[in-house]
Ligand binder design. Sequence first.
Ligand code: FAD
Ligand code: SIN
Length: 519
Amino acid sequence: MTDILKYDYIVIGSGIAGIRAAIELKKYGSVLILTKSKLYEGSTFHAQGGVAVVISSLDKPKFHFADTINAGAGICQPDAVWRMVEEGPKRIEELIDWGVSFDTKGKQFKLTKEGAHRLSRVLHAGGDATGANIENVLVNKIKNENIDYMEETYVSKLITQDNEVYGAIAYRDKKRFVIFSKAVVVASGGIGQLYDVTTNPPVSTGDGIYFSFLAGANVMDMEFIQFHPTSLAMDTYPKFLISEAVRGEGAILLDENGNRFMEDIHPLKELASRDIVARAIFNHMNSHHVKNVWLDISPIGFDKFEKRFPTIYKKLMELNLCLKGCKIPVSPAAHYFMGGINIDIKGRASLKNLFAAGEVSCSGLHGGNRLASNSLLESLVFAKLVGDSGKFYENTSIREINFIDEPISSAVYDESIVKEIKVIMERNAGIIRKESDLKKNIVFFKDLWSSYRGLSDDNEKNVILKSMIINGLLISQFALNRKESRGAHFRSDFPFLNDIKWKIHQKYSIYDEDLKWIK
Ligand code: FAD
Ligand code: SIN
């Protein structure tokens, strides 16, 4: 059964980016948010450390700009960084007006330092519950403003013709919705679930990249995956994050013998940029055959730790941890995607009427390695810019087109494939890569795509499997192409930066010679 709906704007995803875009677009017409789980379920809700923003009198936009560029390993898109740094404070003031209460001491906001920031500039709420605070306020706002939304509804495809987007196809309980709109905003979050070890929630399966790429949109920087240095090294699913703010407040990393190994690796020690700390831990674990290193929180003091990081403290207590001398077992985990749907400075993708914001998008702002706590800020700034585009659609109308829907194959698959994809991505396209492994991935994903490309979309697991195949293939291909090491992309067979050949962004669409077989 199919329902046909019409909305001026469709927003896919209800994290910080989707909701912020929807709030703005509502000024220009009707908006429908489609979200595949509950409204609040996404990375946003789980964000701990906070939001980096220039708010202190000691700070300046040019400092935040320079720190972002330095962390980004030479390929940040400077105009996008400026936009975020300059417009960020206004977006934060709005959040405060809408009800987010960032932590204060007296009349001053409390600010924390995180890796590769020259000074303390990270606002936080509820100690380490920043994302939950923001998401709750945003969800209340869409309810108060009567913005329509559909939960438990996943988008499987964009409706397109001649490189123009006319809407999207979604499913809820096997029922199909064909939704026509003037414009579509993809805000479906990251790809962490492609990896076996990740901090990302179950919804982060890269769907927006999958269906936008198949529709013809350019994708960019797909080789750059950020691994967070300190996820809790216990069997939780997903991995529970131990915020970088814990190191920002003074915690140090120790090896199995109690030695502070980051001192030998970088002058900023535990607060070097994330790629450096994650790789150092990974290399240490491999060379010493240990499953984790230790985060010693005693420099913070146990009482302060409990107050400053209540969510982490509660988790550690639940797991009966941190009673052993205040040391937490930690190891790296896939955390954030610097790549995604290529957007310009206004959030426009390469297809007409298609926009993207948040972690699914790639303006090049983060370069090869995102500066800690820049993601929430980037999402707010770019989602607002996307929303501003509503004014250009005010005098247009929604157009319906006839389109050909997918072929439906009778292929069935064993669900163990999903686990196999995660293991293969972890092993061959993880923190350290090399040509032979990446080539194996490409063969593996090509085979999977030829077997399962026709799987019907009325089952959400089928869409997720297809998304994982396409994202895995693109990440592996981009990583194979980049014959150097830069930021979060490290090649053991090309361990050095090569600015002469590779100070560039890779950008491809399904129409490119090497990828058009996917169609
Ligand atoms: P999300 O918040 O992930 O939302 C994606 C939405 O898309 C969800 O609603 C999901 O259900 C929906 N969706 C996905 N696929 C579909 C589909 N096919 N159809 C319909 N809906 C779909 N960044 C910081 O700046 N500071 C931090 O302190 C911080 N801490 C973090 C801690 C953790 C544990 C994690 C995982 C990330 C953290 N990050 C942090 C990163 C940051 O939280 C994310 O990059 C950001 O929240 C992404 O927001 P988003 O709106 O793009 O995506
Ligand atoms: C953290 O709290 O360490 C996560 C911050 C981020 O991903 O920016």
